[in-house]
Design a binder for this molecule. Sequence first.
Ligand code: FAD
Length: 380
Amino acid sequence: MQRKIFSEEHEQFREAYRRFLEREVLPYREQWRAAGFVPRDMFKKMGEQGFLMTWAPEEFGGLGLRDFCFQQIMIEEDAQYGEVGFFHTVHSRLIGPYLQHVGSPEQQARFIPKCVSGENILAIAMTEPDAGSDVAGIKTRAVRDGDDWLLNGSKTYISNGIQADLIIVAAKTDAENPRKIGLFVVEAGMDGFARGRNLSKLGLKAQDTAELFFNNVRIPAKNVLGDPSKGMHYLMQGLVEERLIAACISLAAAQRAFDVTRNYVSERQVFGQSLSHMQNTRFKMAGLRAELNALQVFVDYCVTAHNDGELTVSQAAEAKLLTSELEGRMVDEGVQLHGGAGYMTEYEICNLYANARVARILAGSSEIMKEIIARNVFDA
Ligand SMILES: Cc1cc2nc3c(=O)[nH]c(=O)nc-3n(C[C@H](O)[C@H](O)[C@H](O)COP(=O)(O)OP(=O)(O)OC[C@H]3O[C@@H](n4cnc5c(N)ncnc54)[C@H](O)[C@@H]3O)c2cc1C
């Protein structure tokens, strides 16, 4: 399908990024999956090429490219030629913007340049063993102590958690009001901060996903982001882009699963003929092709609307819901059409199947997306 949102400049960027992936990522991804993390060096290599936090102002070393299409292109190329467990998009677009939008000029100047260069890796820690979807249910607390804050609690499932240098931690700041949450920048090496296990996961094997512990970690006032009672508000502001990112990732992964499956069924012979000649295969793939194209149009619309500052919370939730559900169906049909090969880890569809399951859970589960959309349907 001919897409309408990319310019010549975008296509040149896509070419350059694809070459980078073919050189620096593709040959190593099996090694990273076995190790359970992507070497920190990769963040620096991305930074050197200008691929991290492309939106960041030039004074901080960024390219000043606010256009989301550039990130969408990286997400699409990652699915085809890269390693989706390398969470540079989470670093660049999901966490980095909090430093710019909520951080003071001093914090921006102190934190952003090393995140653009890849010297510092970012993580965000909201989820706890007893609170995920319900952020207001977190138990981690920050209590004022003079000009500082003392942070206590634990977090889990934190992406980039093993390697992160800067972690934005959400913590309650008012014992009386559960919605009063602050965002605190914890730096690697602070006393009382410890990392737990690199959690073993069904998929995304190259991504380090950690437990984090905070025991009387002293946070200086200069590491508090914005107003320490308005963290919930700041987090909500970031959710539209977070869900758009998730939608782009799911759709790109579904597209990859489609390509891999089409190639397989075109080569596989069953009962003396190509699997691609069987009506069941053709109808399944035709239906999926139609769904992928329809959602690509919707996602491209959402990207344009986001660039124009017009993407709504509900539209972003719709995109995330539909793409992650389609990804789930696509990888499942893909495995089925591969037969036994689809269950073998040496076939890419097996990896795509394992990676896909989390898409309906993280960045807000499908049920939470439906809650948000329903609010717009009935209460708006
Ligand atoms: C690989 C991975 C990486 C992650 N990375 C991060 C990270 O970097 N930082 C971070 O903070 N978190 C991260 N998370 C956590 C993720 O955001 C949570 O897992 C997610 O928000 C769901 O929360 P939960 O696991 O506590 O499930 P729960 O909230 O306990 O949900 C369990 C079930 O209940 C359903 N449910 C919950 N509320 C409702 C409702 N109101 N109505 C209907 N059904 C409901 C859910 O949809 C789900 O099906 C990550 C998770 C994974 C798996």
